[in-house]
Design a protein around this ligand. Structure first.
Ligand SMILES: C[S@@+](CC[C@H](N)C(=O)[O-])C[C@H]1O[C@@H](n2cnc3c(N)ncnc32)[C@H](O)[C@@H]1O
Length: 294
């Protein structure tokens, strides 16, 4: 630490500077991930959702979840506002809703003031649906509806204008896409979960998928590429970005799709041909495409 001449050594100064800045960055990060994370959202609601503890604190997992849900809410908001300005009613459907963090925060921050909107949450676990129904009633969130069912078995009596998924397991994201297309969706906001279906169909003989880890990662990538082309082929404009920084979640791909044309538009037909080529090349038959090329 101290040189023979009685000075501080260069390495000590470097370490000191590095730790000082790390500490400042850490503290700033804590600030960013603190109250700013739920700015605008009701603290009582966050406590009821068990995101905040009773004394108003955030644990690490809740912090991560809240950051994802807030970002997703802010990313969907412009699409909802745009559609709400053109339509009298708008049904936003959250598939694989779990504890409905997304639905509640979206309602609290965006839908509350858009009186023509409603939020429909679809979740297969009855206990989660019951808790969410109770919380919606207590919060006077009267335009929230909860359907306890597997998404693939749901028959909606109205349009699903905007379909959202946040980490809906495995092929539930695909079922959400199919539900939306059947019910005249005009937008999708999807954050897929890990997906095993396509990875399990990939050959170990292909150079891209020879190693199990590559097979899994490539399978997941191919799955999302297929989803995007499938939406393109139905007349949707698709953008793919990150939801939050990778340090917050590995399942971080955000797919936003907005209906701009029809399946017979030349661009849609081009996407359809690319999709056909892709599944032929890798010899995969995802559930999403059953009957699509017949
Ligand atoms: C990883 S959790 C995510 C929950 C929530 N979206 C969130 O981000 O907090 C996935 C949820 O999807 C539900 N789920 C899985 N497959 C489903 C299906 N086919 N139909 C409806 N819900 C499903 C599970 O019960 C679970 O609650």
């Amino acid at each position: 630490m101290v040189t023979e001449q009685g000075r501080l050594s260069n390495s000590f100064i470097k370490d000191f500077v590095r730790y000082f800045f790390l500490d400042v960055r850490y503290k700033n990060d804590m600030k960013i991930q603190g109250e700013e994370l739920w700015e605008g959202t009701s603290t009582a609601l966050l406590k009821a959702l068990h995101i905040l503890t009773r004394d108003g604190k955030l644990n690490l997992d809740s912090r991560r979840k809240l950051k994802q849900v807030h970002h997703l809410t802010r990313l969907i908001e412009p699409t909802i506002n745009k559609l709400a300005s053109k339509n009298e009613s708008l049904n936003i459907v959250d598939v694989g809703a779990g504890k409905s963090y997304l639905g509640f925060i979206l309602y609290d921050l965006v839908l509350q003031n858009l009186t023509g909107t409603k939020l429909t949450a679809i979740e297969s676990r009855p206990e989660l649906i019951e808790t969410s129904k109770k919380l919606a009633m207590e919060s006077n969130f009267n335009r929230m509806e909860f359907i306890c069912s597997k998404v693939e078995e749901v028959a909606l009596s109205e349009n699903a204008d905007v379909v959202c998924t946040l980490h809906a397991c495995d092929t539930a994201t695909d079922d959400a896409i199919l539900l939306g297309l059947k019910n005249h969706a005009r937008a999708f906001a999807l954050v897929p979960c890990c997906q095993a279906e396509i990875a399990s169909q990939l050959s170990l003989h292909h150079a891209l998928t020879r190693h199990p880890l590559h097979k899994r990662e490539f399978g997941s990538h191919l799955t999302n590429v297929i989803r995007c082309l499938f939406l393109n082929a139905h007349g949707f404009k698709v953008t793919v970005t990150e939801l939050v920084g990778w340090e917050h979640s590995m399942k971080n791909e955000f797919i936003l799709a907005e209906k701009i044309s029809t399946p017979d538009h030349p661009e849609s037909l081009k996407a359809r041909a690319q999709l056909q080529e892709l599944v032929n090349e890798f010899q995969v038959k995802p559930k999403l495409l059953v009957g699509f090329f017949d």
